[in-house]
Write a protein that binds this ligand. Structure first.
Ligand code: PRP
Length: 179
């Protein structure tokens, strides 16, 4: 049972659903009449991005990049690596980056700058979680589901050594699991 490794639940499955509904509605209102490109940063984006776009009632195009900065540990390495790039042009596009978490902010900053350099018309961030206490670069995501404290969290896309991404909620891992 994966639940046995979890110290406490931080964002329940019900709360995640509510967040996706609210954010999806807001994005639909804000982008109505446009055809935004929703870019997911693999792999953490998968569950939330999937839920979020099904709560949007406007046309969206989906695309993915595989970007990582943690490389398996519990601390961000600060080194942002693109292992799969986009296969479409972003020139002139309105982009929504769908994320599971913004922590140090390095990943989003690097990717936002890259997309703008490539000619994106606008780039906004929609994230399930925001951990502002972890920030090392100046950055405020436009759409935030929930602000969380500086704790190592797993679930709903977030992993520890590639595990726990499939938990239906976000929780704090027991220290005994990683110490
Ligand atoms: C995590 C998460 C964000 C990023 C946030 O991805 O999904 O993309 O780190 O951290 P930052 O704000 O400190 O840059 P990770 O690099 O672990 O890759 P993953 O999505 O494959 O788990």
């Amino acid at each position: 049972m994966l639940d046995n490794d979890i110290e406490k639940v931080l964002v329940s499955a019900e709360e995640i659903k509510e967040i996706a509904e609210k954010m999806g509605k807001q994005l639909s209102d804000d982008y109505r009449g446009q055809f935004p490109l929703v870019i997911g940063l693999l792999k953490g984006c998968v569950p939330f991005m999937g839920m979020l776009v099904t709560e949007m009632d406007i046309h969206v195009e989906l695309a993915f990049m595989d970007v990582s900065s943690y490389h398996g540990g519990i601390e961000s390495s600060g080194d942002v690596k693109i292992s799969k790039d986009l296969d479409i042009s972003v020139s002139g596009r309105d982009i929504i980056i769908a994320e599971d978490i913004v922590d140090t902010g390095r990943t989003i900053k690097v990717i936002t700058e890259l997309l703008k350099y490539r000619g994106a018309k606008s780039v906004k961030i929609a994230t399930l979680l925001d951990k502002p206490a972890g920030r090392v670069v100046e950055l405020s995501p436009e759409y935030v589901g929930k602000v969380i404290p500086k704790e190592f969290v797993v679930g709903f896309g977030l992993d520890f050594n590639e595990k726990y991404r499939n938990l239906p909620y976000v929780g704090v891992l027991k220290q005994s699991v990683y110490k």
